[in-house]
Design a protein around this ligand. Sequence first.
Ligand code: PBG
Length: 345
Amino acid sequence: MTLSSSDRSTRSGVSPTLDLVHRPRRNRKNDWARRLVRENTLTVDDLIWPVFVMEGEKTRTEIPSMPGVERHTVDELVRSAEQAAKLGIPALALFPYVDPNLRDPDGSEALKSNNLICRALRAIKAEVPDIGLITDVALDPYTSHGHDGLLEDGRILNDETVDVLVRQALVQAEAGADVIAPSDMMDGRVGAIRAGLDDAGFQDVQIMSYAAKYASAFYGPFRDAIGTAKTLSGDKRTYQMDPANGLEALREAELDVNEGADMLMVKPGLPYLDIVWRLKETFGLPTFAYQVSGEYAMIEGAARNGWVDGERLMLESLTAFKRAGADGILTYFAPRVAALLNSGR
Ligand code: PBG
């Protein structure tokens, strides 16, 4: 059998030429071209570092479900804040591990002006005045039942909780918090906190609202870190959002915007990028995403097992937030990724 001419050219290794006008691969052909057309860039300015503080001195303890993340005593936290400021990280988000003896059903320790979080705020402000300090408003580190609000007959009381949250926000603002971040998901708390801050002369304290916070299994390791994993009774589904809902996030965010939120946050992060995108598109407010403890644990755990390239996955996951429209990311990788970005690689 004789070969036709086209058969012959293919078989002899001369590649056929498709008649294509568009060849998107041209813009990817080498590193300089890829850099030239890159749409989104992660920078150190995008990072907020969530940190855990505990009682004691000169001590750091590992959190087994968050390998590489430690709880710090206040003095050690000041050292870490210095290091973060040197790296150029704009802000820290502080979370306390409260001594179990100080937890009670009402979370009354949250309102003490000399509690752990307030002492940490003052210590960092005194020594590292130029780093932003964000504090969490919610009662879960302080309640014996591990819920974010007041519990009565198995129900979380909304309005009574909001009253307490306003007082918690004031205690934090007095101790030097720059940004109040309510993560409790009670209705009406942003407006109440705004009014409370303004009445007390804290007009300049910002509010970063956890506008869309889902009832998520991705928070597991965080609850180990602040010691609520074992004590939490039931779950948080009567106040945190249903992971099946997207439009509801728009309604939640709209309320917070109208109540005076300066910035919005979505949490968890990577599984909820559609929500980040929708909030940013709809409201145009500074919008943040929280790459939460379970997301960190999945990446870092797999990396430590050699199953994925941890460094690349860290960068890829954080860049994905930027692509989705996030102005910044709360991430436990903050110091590591900042060092990497600063090294120019
Ligand atoms: C609680 C709070 C949680 C996180 C931040 N603030 C956990 C929860 O709602 O149970 C989770 C953060 C993380 O998982 O990294 N107010």
